[in-house]
Design a protein around this ligand. Structure first.
Ligand SMILES: C[S@@+](CC[C@H](N)C(=O)[O-])C[C@H]1O[C@@H](n2cnc3c(N)ncnc32)[C@H](O)[C@@H]1O
Length: 212
C-alpha cells in the first residue's frame, strides 16, 4: 500500500530544502526545466507555474510571456520573490502561496500550466491534474517534467524500497507513467501528446497533455 504523502510532510520537507534547494537541485534538473520552458513557449501567453519553488526557472522564460507562480511552501516562495526582484522580472504577474489541488483561479485562465518536478510530490496527483485542466484554456497544454518510476527490474525494486524514506523528503520515487495516462483517459478532455526521456539518466520524462 502507498505510504501517505501529506501536505504537512511536504511543507516540512520544503522548509528544510529551501535554503539549499538551488545548490542541490539547480544544475541536475536544469535540462528538464529548459525543455519544459521550450514546450510552454511554443504556445506562450499567460503561463501558470505550479510548484514554482525558488523560482529557479522564471528568468529563463521570454519576457513576452506573462507568468504566475504558486507554491505551497512559503520558505521556497520567499526565495522566488527575491529572485524576481533581483532579475527585475516585470513579466511575473503574481507569486502566491497556494495548494495545487485547490487553485484560486477561474476556469480557462491560462494558456499553459507547467509543473516541473512537482506532480509526484503532491498528496493527490489526479485531483491536482484535474485542477490544472480546469484552469487551462481550451487548446492549451499541461507540461510536466518529472522523475517517473521504472516499470520493472532492479530500478523498480530500488524505488519501491526507497519509497518510505523518500516520503519524508517529499516525493514518490515509484510513481509510474501509467497513473498519468490513466488520469488522461478517465478525464476525457485532455490527451497525452508527448512523453520524452530526460536526463539525469533518462529516469525523468517531459510529458505534455493537450486540452480539447
Ligand atoms: C521538487 S520541488 C520543484 C521546484 C521547481 N519547480 C523546480 O523546478 O526546481 C517541488 C515543489 O513543489 C511544491 N509543492 C509540493 N506540493 C505542492 C502543492 N500541493 N501545491 C503547491 N506546491 C506544491 C514544493 O513546495 C516544492 O517547491
Amino acid at each position: 500500500m502507498e505510504a501517505e504523502l501529506s501536505r504537512g510532510t511536504i511543507e516540512k520537507a520544503y522548509a528544510r530544502w529551501a535554503p539549499v534547494y538551488d545548490i542541490v537541485f539547480g544544475a541536475v534538473f536544469d535540462r528538464g526545466r529548459r525543455a519544459a520552458i521550450v514546450a510552454a513557449e511554443r504556445i506562450g501567453g499567460r503561463i501558470l507555474e505550479v510548484g514554482v519553488g525558488t523560482g529557479i526557472s522564471l528568468p529563463d522564460y521570454k519576457r513576452s510571456n506573462r507568468l504566475v507562480g504558486v507554491d505551497i511552501s512559503e520558505p521556497m516562495l520567499r526565495k522566488a520573490l527575491a529572485r524576481v526582484a533581483e532579475h527585475n522580472l516585470e513579466n511575473v504577474e503574481t507569486l502566491a502561496v497556494m495548494d495545487a489541488e485547490h487553485l484560486a483561479f477561474p476556469d480557462n485562465s491560462f494558456d499553459v500550466v507547467v509543473a516541473q518536478y512537482v506532480i509526484t510530490a503532491v498528496p493527490n496527483p489526479e485531483a491536482t491534474l484535474d485542477e490544472f485542466s480546469r484552469v487551462l484554456k481550451p487548446g492549451g497544454e499541461i507540461v510536466l517534467v518529472n522523475h517517473i518510476g521504472a516499470e520493472s527490474g532492479p530500478r523498480a525494486l530500488f524505488e519501491k524500497g526507497f519509497a518510505p524514506l523518500a516520503r519524508r523528503l517529499g516525493w514518490r520515487p515509484e510513481f509510474r507513467f501509467g497513473r498519468l495516462a490513466d488520469w488522461a483517459a478517465r478525464h476525457g478532455g485532455v490527451r497525452v501528446i508527448e512523453r520524452r526521456a530526460m536526463p539525469p539518466l533518462g529516469h525523468f520524462s517531459l510529458i505534455r497533455f493537450a486540452r480539447a
